[in-house]
Design a protein around this ligand. Structure first.
Ligand SMILES: NC(=O)C1=CN([C@@H]2O[C@H](COP(=O)(O)OP(=O)(O)OC[C@H]3O[C@@H](n4cnc5c(N)ncnc54)[C@H](O)[C@@H]3O)[C@@H](O)[C@H]2O)C=CC1
Ligand SMILES: O=C([O-])CC(=O)C(=O)O
Length: 326
């Protein structure tokens, strides 16, 4: 058995938290030989609810759960944290775009960025899930100047997984038959799910589906999936979001499968001409606990136009929160 690692989760009493914590504690995120200490953060009115979640975690008698604590103080919850999952934020309701949450949620991420700067492990891996996730990750990063900027990521894995499912359904295959799909840009309705390099059962995906399906069905369905779930369920996706967070952290830590890549929103280094510094979703390969952008993919005009539109939205979101970016 390895030594335990510390995993901090914010919004621990919320919908996503309720699906996420049990999977982290069971070993789905960091592997069956990695004990974890869970450090939960909630707001004061939710501390009773968190106590209930902790009782249930105890009641699971998870062999890998090496410690469990909760706090309403970020400095306590983030102390020495090796992993921080920033879930605690307001979700959107029907008729809203995710960026409508910027004002309500942005302040949370500046406060929490400062707290992790002060107390988290210097090798911490941070995932922003709370919306608008990319810009929230940027706010946390910029408020944590003593941490490596590359520690900060945002979640587009749910979009990636949604795109896999749509393409598998259309081609009569299984998600495990598909490789090299990419979601570019923002976790928003401008994101660009791109199949131009994807391979399905060894064949080019673009030879298996027609352009009309791509433009009129696949791209809008993936872009609007979050809204479709809110409409159907009356609440935003939770179990699938938790599952994607597990996938994101697992692959970042333990590596992406040979011959494939995943989508992660990470600080742009200017690759593919994307504005440096914004938290933009790229195709990445992970190994040895580090991610690298997959380079030298051909980008046609169709893709470029969509990659630029979602980049533009992220630049605008960044400009709207300048006052929170020291
Ligand atoms: N990136 C992605 O793919 C996805 C992101 N989301 C986002 O995740 C966030 C959480 O969603 P749900 O769990 O459904 O919401 P929820 O409302 O059920 O839970 C959020 C929890 O966060 C807590 N919270 C609020 N402010 C906090 C703070 N400052 N510190 C610690 N905890 C705090 C609340 O008390 C609440 O318990 C939302 O912003 C939602 O839009 C949801 C699905 C997918
Ligand atoms: O759509 C929302 O507001 C929740 C979310 O981010 C998603 O399901 O992708």
């Amino acid at each position: 058995m390895k030594a335990p690692v510390r995993v901090a989760v914010t919004g621990a009493a919320g919908q996503i938290g309720y699906s996420l914590l049990f999977r982290i504690a069971s070993g789905d995120m960091l592997g069956p030989d990695q004990p974890v200490i869970l450090q939960l953060l909630e707001v004061p009115p939710a501390m009773d609810a968190v106590q209930g979640v902790m009782m249930e975690l105890d009641d699971c008698a998870f062999p890998l759960l090496a410690g469990l604590q909760a706090s309403d103080q970020a400095e306590e919850a983030f102390k020495d944290a090796d992993y921080i999952l920033l879930v605690g934020a307001k979700p959107r309701g029907p008729g809203m775009e995710r960026k409508d949450l910027l004002e309500a949620n942005a302040a949370i991420f500046s406060v929490q960025g400062k707290a992790m700067n002060a107390v988290a492990s210097r090798d911490v891996r941070v995932l922003a899930v709370g919306n608008p996730a990319n810009t929230n990750a940027l706010i946390a990063q910029r408020n944590a100047p003593d941490l490596d900027p590359r520690c900060f990521t945002a979640m587009t894995r749910l979009d990636h997984n949604r795109a896999l499912a749509q393409l598998a359904n259309r081609t009569g295959t299984h998600v495990t038959d598909i490789q090299k799909l990419t979601v570019w840009g923002n976790h928003s309705a401008t994101q660009y799910p791109d199949i131009s390099h994807a391979v399905v059962d060894g064949k080019a995906a673009s030879d298996l589906v027609d352009q009309a399906w791509l433009e009129e069905s696949f791209i809008p369905t993936v872009q609007q999936r979050g809204a479709a779930i809110i409409k159907a369920r009356g609440q935003s996706s939770a179990a699938s979001a938790a599952s994607a967070a597990i996938d994101h952290m697992r692959d970042w830590t333990l590596g992406t499968p040979e011959g494939d890549w995943v989508s992660m929103a990470i600080p742009s280094d200017g690759s593919y001409g994307i504005a440096e510094g914004i938290i933009y979703s790229f195709p990445v390969r992970c190994s040895g606990g580090r991610y690298e952008i997959v380079q030298d993919l051909s980008i046609d005009d169709f893709s470029r136009e969509r990659m630029s539109a979602t980049e533009q939205e992220l630049v605008e979101e960044r400009d709207a929160v300048q006052h929170l970016l020291p």
